[in-house]
Write a protein that binds this ligand. Structure first.
Ligand code: CDP
Ligand code: CDP
Length: 222
């Protein structure tokens, strides 16, 4: 499987990882892994079961036994389509908290590695290039100013029918950035050799084109 190419796209919340990774995967005909969704699915389940954050063992068990099914862009937990439910801000916040637990990260590793299938994979998250796929042919670190990201998230939430307020979002984003960057395990940081792309003043499609160019160049070199 070492021949199956992987492109990793890591970065802070609302930097556009999901959008860009998904479009790059479509353009190349590759599989796509939204690793954050796995943390969100675990968080949603824990919230619903009332599992306390202090119950690391209980949350890791939840992660290990997620009854998840992927159908195109939809995600199902048992018989429920939770594609939209996992996007709520409280679920994202809980996800970022449980993501600091080593046993939870460990429990989700195998599931993530399983997405590497021919003809290739585009994976987005926080530690795709640093921990899960360190052998990736191309590693990208996508970023944008906190203001640009808050505005993107605002539009997304309103579009999905969630309530949103810019001030709370900015506060939320800053907290999430700090938590993701400062945790002891798999902190958010550019992988060795990663291309850094600041998209504050770019459209998602411009970012996609840049990633495809880097991929073409990386393939020539390998
Ligand atoms: O969409 P957003 O960037 O806010 O979050 P996400 O990618 O859906 O991930 C939700 C949370 O899961 C993040 O805040 C991270 O703390 C965590 N996560 C992680 O620790 N490692 C990953 N590979 C992906 C997500
Ligand atoms: O996955 P992540 O949390 O990093 O971001 P996302 O869920 O892809 O959300 C980014 C939002 O900003 C989407 O609505 C995109 O259409 C928009 N956007 C972008 O992704 N990239 C840009 N350069 C500009 C806007």
């Amino acid at each position: 499987t070492t021949a199956i190419p992987v492109i990793t796209i890591d970065g802070p919340t609302a930097s556009g990882k999901g959008t860009v990774a998904h479009r790059v995967a479509d353009r190349l005909g590759f599989h796509y892994l939204d690793s954050g969704a796995l943390y969100r699915l675990t968080a949603l389940t824990a919230l619903r079961h009332g599992t306390a954050l202090s119950d690391e063992h209980g949350i890791a068990k939840t992660a290990e036994k997620l009854p998840v099914r992927f159908a195109g862009d939809a995600m199902w937990l048992a018989n429920e389509n939770v594609t939209d439910a996992i996007r709520a801000e409280d679920v994202g916040n809980m996800a970022s908290k449980i993501a600091a637990l080593p046993t939870v990260r460990h429990a989700l590793t195998g599931l993530q590695l399983g997405f590497r299938k021919a003809p290739g994979l585009v994976a987005d998250g926080r530690d795709m290039g640093t921990v899960i796929f360190p052998q990736a042919i191309l590693k990208v670190f996508l970023t944008a100013s906190v203001e640009a990201r808050a505005e993107r998230r605002y539009k997304q939430l309103i579009g999905k029918g969630f309530a949103a307020n810019m001030e709370d979002l900015l506060k939320d984003l800053r907290e999430r950035d700090a938590r993701d960057s400062n945790r002891a395990i798999a902190p958010l940081k550019p992988a060795e050799g990663a291309h850094i792309l600041d998209t504050s003043a770019m459209t998602a499609d411009e970012a996609v084109e840049q990633v495809l160019k880097w991929y073409a160049a990386a393939r020539k070199q390998s």
